[in-house]
Design a protein around this ligand. Structure first.
Ligand code: AMP
Length: 413
């Protein structure tokens, strides 16, 4: 038996990396006051058809669809925004007093794609949705948050691409003009199909994109008000020293975007996060319309970007103390010591496998223990323990009653 193609078993270092990454991300979203929302891993397939759009690759080609015993059509979620909006409507979270809704999610998504580097069939996304405001400050906040996540991870060499999508009648007019221009170009097989089903998506075709430099710019179809909004948004981002690159061909793969869109790529050109404004989705899914914006990061791609830069995120996952008892009496005492340190809020572990001192030291290094607490009969009799401070490469004797204070001081620095 083997795992399905495009999926991954996570264990040891990789599982720890995921955990550490999630903790850092949770810390950053907390600074911005976003609250977690967890939605089911499967939803009615109709939800994604209505939101992401039946002609998008995600919905038309990549959904894992199944019928249940009552023949209802479900899909493993391919993305997180539509389920969040569905949950907001179903749980009536949209009432005036609760707005704005600042929500984040962290979970698996499923897409039947050709597995390759950075493209999986099951992958994790971390995303945020800011529902309620329709403003430059809101757009600025989500982009700032995305950038903040990358900075906190030490991934500073990114590029931020932005665009403003034309909507409604102006979009229809633009698409007509675009089709005329595209009909003069020789396109790949996929794009020849998309010209009917989803012409905007042709713009981000990796094969044909080099032919598009002279195409009409969709921003020429924006109203003056929209153009001004876009310029003011760029100004607002520049004020925060967020450098943006305008990309007229950036369209994103899901149909619900209605204006400002962005992607952030790492130095190898891999898209780490994508998002933007989707002002009609809440209305389209059956609610009173509420403007919204959001983004989603690919978590595996963040991990790969960190690996490429040799940033060891799991080093951030550490033990405050590892206890090594070297006599029978000391073992009994260890349980009290473990309870004491854990109650004081220290991440603590114990030599449960009874490894000899040398192997236990090695093991504690793997756990990235900041302090190794050694205790035997002699120490018990003297009312002390020996603490090996790994960072300072120092060994000291500490009285029982001073252990907690000592460990908390070692965490300062
Ligand atoms: P999207 O939901 O298509 O806007 O994608 C948001 C982010 O999710 C992308 O920028 C990627 O980082 C990540 N992502 C999308 N599809 C995949 C996939 N098949 N495998 C891994 N990551 C993905």
């Amino acid at each position: 038996m083997q795992k399905p193609r495009g999926t991954e078993d996570l264990f040891e270092l990789k599982a720890r990396d995921f955990f550490a990454l999630e903790m850092i991300i949770r810390h950053v979203v907390d600074l911005y006051n976003y609250k977690e929302i967890r939605t089911p891993i499967f939803e009615m397939a109709e939800l994604f058809k209505k939101s992401a759009g039946v002609n998008t690759d995600v919905v038309a080609k990549e959904m894992y669809i199944f019928n249940d015993k009552k023949n209802r059509e479900f899909a493993l979620r391919p993305e997180g925004t539509a389920p969040v909006v569905r949950a907001v409507l179903e749980n009536k979270l949209y009432i005036e007093e609760k707005l704005p809704l600042k929500l984040f999610y962290f979970g698996q998504m499923f897409r039947y794609e050709r597995p390759q580097n950075g493209r999986k069939r099951q992958f994790y996304q971390f995303g945020v949705e800011l529902i309620g405001p329709d403003s430059i400050e809101a757009d600025t906040e989500i982009l700032c948050l995305a950038v903040n996540v990358l900075n906190s991870l030490g991934l500073q060499n990114y590029k931020v691409y932005i665009n403003y999508l034309v909507i409604k009648e102006a979009r229809e007019k633009y698409i007509l003009d675009l089709k005329k221009q595209l009909s003069n170009l020789k396109l790949c097989d996929d794009c020849n199909l998309r010209i009917i089903s989803n012409p905007l998506r042709i713009l981000d075709c990796k094969i044909d994109q080099h032919k598009f430099n002279d195409l009409i710019n969709m921003k020429e179809y924006l109203t003056n008000e929209q153009k001004q909004y876009y310029l003011n948004l760029i100004k607002s981002l520049n004020n925060l020293e967020i450098k943006v690159i305008e990309d007229n061909l950036l369209v994103r793969g899901l149909d619900y975007y209605t204006g400002f869109v962005f992607e952030i790529k790492d130095e190898n050109g891999i898209t780490l996060v994508g998002g933007g404004r989707y002002n009609n989705l809440v209305g389209e899914l059956g609610g009173n319309n509420l403007p919204a914006c959001g983004f989603a990061f690919g978590v595996e791609r963040l991990i790969t970007a960190l690996e490429n830069k040799k940033i060891s995120i799991s080093q951030l996952a550490y033990l405050d103390a590892y206890i090594l008892a070297i006599s029978e009496r000391a073992k009994t005492f260890s349980s009290i010591l473990l309870l004491m340190l854990r109650s004081a809020g220290f991440r603590t572990d114990y030599n449960f496998m009874n490894k000899n001192i040398k192997s236990a030291f090695k093991y504690s290094e793997k756990l990235n223990a900041k302090n190794i607490i050694i205790i035997g009969d002699k120490e018990l009799n003297e009312g002390i323990v020996i603490i090996k401070e790994q960072d300072k490469k120092n060994e000291i004797k500490v009285k029982f009653e001073e252990i907690v204070t000592h460990i908390s001081r070692s965490g300062e620095k």
